[in-house]
Design a protein around this ligand. Sequence first.
Ligand SMILES: Cc1cc2nc3c(=O)[nH]c(=O)nc-3n(C[C@H](O)[C@H](O)[C@H](O)COP(=O)(O)O)c2cc1C
Length: 327
Amino acid sequence: MKLPELRIGNLVAKVPIIQGGMAIRLSTARLAAAVANEGGIGLIAASGLPFDELRYEIQLARKLSPTGIIGINAMVAATQFAGLVKTAIEEGIDLVVAGAGFSRDMFAMGKESGTPIVPIVSSAKLARISEGLGAAAVIVEGCEAGGHLGTDRSAREIVPEVVAAVKNIPVIGAGGVADGRGMAAVLMLGAEAVQVGTRFAVAKESNAHQNFKDKILKAKDIDTVISASVVGHPVRAIKNKLATEYNQAEKDFLAGKKTQEEIEELGAGALRNAVVDGDVEYGSVMAGQIAGLVRKEETCAEILEDLYTGAAKVIKEEAARWADVNV
Ligand SMILES: Cc1cc2nc3c(=O)[nH]c(=O)nc-3n(C[C@H](O)[C@H](O)[C@H](O)COP(=O)(O)O)c2cc1C
């Protein structure tokens, strides 16, 4: 059984799966190209990259996947956001995914060059506004997801709301997808595709430090925690010493015993510490609630095959199970 292709503007992805942007040094050209080569959409994490490095990554991804669909993920709140988008467009990037904030200007930049702009949204209102401004699709991310969170509501609730709110653009669900059944569930909510992060973070082609991957691979179902809800931006990661100390420090802050600067210092460079240096106790091992389902380090080809055929199989089986229901 074949699942429908994902169409974003003129782009056609045979496999309706986007590998979410995840931190520089993690979702690099190598990971994005591996996903794109299998018919999905691969995203290079751009935030924090100097412009020349971003150019290099895009050129490398293009070399590794001459015909695949490659995009960038950039955080709107990041410094240099507009410069990163401009650089990627100059390099002929296929699409721009923008999270962690909202920018009206990016749609004008996309329109001028014909580059699809895909914002990450967490409400029906923002989805509708995005479509009006020219978004080529919207990614709806719920609080199950790994990394920084824009909502305390789950994709289970927001995806159907957004599907009902937009008229002509595809909706892509993100957060909580680690297997075929999870992917099928998001498609049943009305999404046309899924964006997956955590499972690709431990892919063979992911550049993350082995300690980072092992921490996710060993995680149980209840091992993620949200930190920085009080100071900073809420983030979901695997429980470790950093998360425990950060959350305690936030309580101390509320009691007037710690300053904001002291807390921010705790979190500074935390993702890099974990991803690059492998410090999984005092670094931030960002991962989604489904980390407990991710058990193996596999190639992107294996992950995509498992998700795609798994979802197709579940949809077929469930259709057969309910075939006698009259509507
Ligand atoms: C380690 C890690 C880093 C991430 N970094 C970013 C990021 O820089 N920008 C962004 O928009 N999303 C980021 N995300 C979110 C992913 O792109 C994706 O939407 C999310 O992981 C999907 O949920 P899942 O973790 O349940 O698969 C990150 C996720 C993880 C696990």
